[in-house]
Design a protein around this ligand. Sequence first.
Ligand code: HEM
Ligand SMILES: *[C@@H]1O[C@H](CO)[C@@H](O)[C@H](O)[C@H]1NC(C)=O
Ligand SMILES: *[C@@H]1O[C@H](CO)[C@@H](O)[C@H](O)[C@H]1NC(C)=O
Ligand SMILES: *[C@@H]1O[C@H](CO)[C@@H](O)[C@H](O)[C@H]1NC(C)=O
Ligand SMILES: *[C@@H]1O[C@H](CO)[C@@H](O)[C@H](O)[C@H]1NC(C)=O
Length: 420
Amino acid sequence: MASSLRWLALYLLSHLHLVLAQINASTVFIPEANTIIGINLPDDGSNDINFYITSPEWYQYSAIGFGSSMANSLMLVMYPSADGRSVTVSPRFTDGNTEPTHHPLRITLHPGTELFPAIGQMTANGTCHSCRNLQTTNPASSPAIPPNSPTAPIMFAVGPNSGSFSSDDLDARIRRHVAHGIFNIDVAKSSGSGGVGTPTNITQHVTFPDNDSSLKKSSNKAATAHGILFAIVALAIAPFDTLVAAFLGRRWPKLHIATGSTYFLFVLGAMVPGLLISGEHVLTAKMGTGHQVLGLLTVGVMVVVVGWGFVVRRKAGGQEVESSGGGWMKQVHAWSGRGVWVALLVNNGLGLKLSEQTKLLMLGYAVLAGGVFVFLIPIYFCLWRCTSARKPKTTAEEDHELYNMPSIYDHEARYGYGRQ
Ligand code: HEM
Ligand SMILES: *[C@@H]1O[C@H](CO)[C@@H](O)[C@H](O)[C@H]1NC(C)=O
Ligand SMILES: *[C@@H]1O[C@H](CO)[C@@H](O)[C@H](O)[C@H]1NC(C)=O
Ligand SMILES: *[C@@H]1O[C@H](CO)[C@@H](O)[C@H](O)[C@H]1NC(C)=O
Ligand SMILES: *[C@@H]1O[C@H](CO)[C@@H](O)[C@H](O)[C@H]1NC(C)=O
C-alpha cells in the first residue's frame, strides 16, 4: 500500500516536472466544442509547427488555420481516417471564404494521434514541416507565423455533424463549418523544444480578439434564405397562382398577371442567394449538381412560360371570352406552368438532399408538398365542376355577367369586348 502510494507520488511528481519544465506551447480549451488545441514552435532551427487538436469525432472535421481570415492562410483540416482508427490531416488553402483544397505539405503524425470512439474524440498530434514561413504565390498572403511579431493569429473551425464521415483522401470534400473562432498565440511562450506535451483543458499563452473567447456560430443566412424562399414559392405562391390562373383568370386576367409576376419575382429573388452560395464549395462551383441543373432549367422554362403568357394574352385580346378554355397556345402556357410548379416542388427536395438536411426535415417537406396536392385536388375538382357546369351558357349570358362585373373589370377585355 505504502509503496503504491509512493509510486503514485513519484508518478505525479515526474509528470508535474514534465509539465513545468517542458510545455512551451500555447493551449486553448474551447468548452462549447469540447476541443483542445496546442501549438508549439520548436526552436531547433527548423520552420516546423507542432500542433495538437482534439475534438468530438462527430464533427465532420476540426481544423486550425494560421492567420485571421481563410483567404490565403494555411489550414490543417483533421477528419477520421477511412479505417475509423486514426485521423487524416489535410493541409489546405483557398483564396476566399470558400472550401479550401489540398496543398501538398509534409505532415508527420506522432503517437497520440487516434480516433477514440470510446470517448468520442478524434485527436491529431503532429508536425507540419517547414510550414512556419510558408507563403502562397499570392502576394497578399503572409507567412503562417509572421516573423518578428509577438503574437500570431490562429483560426479554428468545426464542420457539421455529418454522420460517419471518414476518409484517407487528402482532398476529400468538406462542408462549411458550423462554428469558428480566432485566438492569438504568444509566440515567445510557444517557442521551445518540448513539443506540445499533453495539452489539457487549461487555456494558456493566448489572448482573444476583443477579449472574447466564445466560439462564433457560422451564420449561413444566404442558404437559409434560399431554402425558405423556395419553400414559400413552391408550397404557397405557386399553387395560389395556379388556382387564380385556372379559375379566375378568365374573369380577371389582371389578377393572374399580378400573382404570376409575384411568383416570378419570388423565384428570381430566391435564386440569387442560391447562386451566391454555389461558389463556396468545389462540388457546386461548376453548377453541375442535379439540384442546380434542374433549378436553372426550371427558371429558364419559367422565363419562356411567362413570355408565352404575354404572347397568348396579346393574341387573344378580347377574344378571351369567346375562346373560353383557351386555344392550344393557352393550353401550352397552362400546362408548362404546372410543369414548372412540379419541378420546383421536386427541386426543393433535391436541394434539401444536397445540403444534407436531416431526415426529419426532408420528411416534413415531403409531407407538406404532398399535403398541398391533397388539399388542392378537391378544390380543383370542385371549381372545375362549377366552371364546366357553367360552360353550356351562351355567349350572351357570359357577356352579360361580364358586363355586370363592376370594379376589377379588365380594361383591355372590355375594349376587346366592345370591338366584337
Ligand atoms: C467548405 C469549407 C468552407 C467554407 C465553404 C467556408 C466558408 C466560410 C464563409 C462563407 C465565411 C464567412 C463568415 C460566415 O459566413 O460565417 C467563413 C469564415 C471563416 N472560416 Fe470558413 N469555410 C470553410 C472552411 C474553413 C476551414 C477549414 C477553416 C479552418 C480553420 C475555416 C475558418 C474560418 C474562420 C476562422 C472564419 C471567420 C473569419 C472570417 O470571417 O474571415 N473555414 N468561412
Ligand atoms: C505528441 O508527440 C510528441 C512527439 O512524438 C510526444 O512527445 C508527445 O508525448 C505526444 N503527445 C501526446 C498527447 O501523445
Ligand atoms: C521555455 O521558455 C522559457 C522562457 O520562455 C525558457 O527559459 C525555457 O528554456 C524554454 N523551455 C524549453 C524546453 O525550451
Ligand atoms: C478540466 O479537466 C479536469 C480534469 O479532467 C476537470 O476536473 C475539470 O473540471 C475540467 N475543467 C473544465 C473547465 O472543463
Ligand atoms: C482584455 O482584458 C485585459 C485584462 O482583463 C485588459 O487589460 C485589456 O485591456 C482587455 N483588452 C481589450 C481589447 O478589451
